[in-house]
Write a protein that binds this ligand. Structure first.
Ligand SMILES: [Fe+2]
Ligand SMILES: [Fe+2]
Length: 215
């Protein structure tokens, strides 16, 4: 229902175009599909109920669709757009949980009141990868720290380790291209959000870069 909705798809396409103009990394179908897929895997691994899984995946697919209306408030625009597109046909409780999860994903005063929002944050903030970079040359890539760090990240895996009861992000970063310090320069806040979201789900959050445990 959500993935095939022409309005949603148009919002995502316009948002990715707008962020390209602003010089941001990829925020289109690749990003939102990956976030939705990771939310699904995480829900299954944590044994969450199918309602939570479905709502979190819908929020994940739509979480960045408000960017074409303005970057700084895009979480609110996306939430309101979701409400406008789907509220007539959707159960009010389910709809508001999704609206809240979208609105919450990029807020400084991020507060978790439902698991859907926590799942979206973990999957969204952990998406760092070479495939998000859209610069045309290595020289251009080197100019921006977000491009550099994403380009240097050659693999990224988000998993729940049931034995250790920890949600972990495992990255391979090409340190010939960037020092690991640059990753922390731009991702420390995002990792703190992941930790907060994991704690809401009753789990720890771990980060391993190039086989070294950082968190
Ligand atoms: Fe966002
Ligand atoms: Fe995002």
């Amino acid at each position: 229902m959500v993935k095939k909705n022409p309005q949603v798809l148009q919002c995502i396409a316009e948002s990715d175009k707008a962020l390209d103009v602003l010089g941001y990394t990829e925020h289109g179908i690749r990003h939102v599909s990956l976030v939705a897929e990771r939310v699904g895997c995480m829900s299954d691994a944590l044994g969450l109920d199918t309602g939570v899984r479905e709502r979190a995946q819908m929020a994940a697919f739509c979480h960045d669709m408000g960017n074409f209306m303005g970057r700084t408030q895009h979480h609110y625009w996306g939430a309101l757009l979701f409400h406008q597109i789907f509220s007539v046909d959707m159960d009010a409780e389910a709809c508001m949980k999704i609206v809240q999860a979208i609105a919450n994903h990029d807020k400084e005063e991020m507060k978790f009141t439902n698991p859907e929002a926590a799942l979206v944050v973990i999957a969204d903030k952990s998406d760092v990868h070479r495939s998000r970079v859209r610069t045309q040359s290595i020289e251009e890539t080197r100019k921006d720290i977000h491009d550099r760090v994403n380009y240097a990240t050659t693999s990224s895996e988000l998993l729940y380790d049931a034995e250790k009861d920890i949600i972990s992000l495992t990255l391979s970063i090409d340190t010939e291209f960037v020092p690991v310090m640059e990753y922390f320069e731009i991702f420390t806040e995002r990792m703190a959000y992941c930790r907060k979201a994991a704690a809401y789900l009753g789990k720890n959050f771990g980060l391993t870069i190039n086989n070294v445990k950082m968190l």
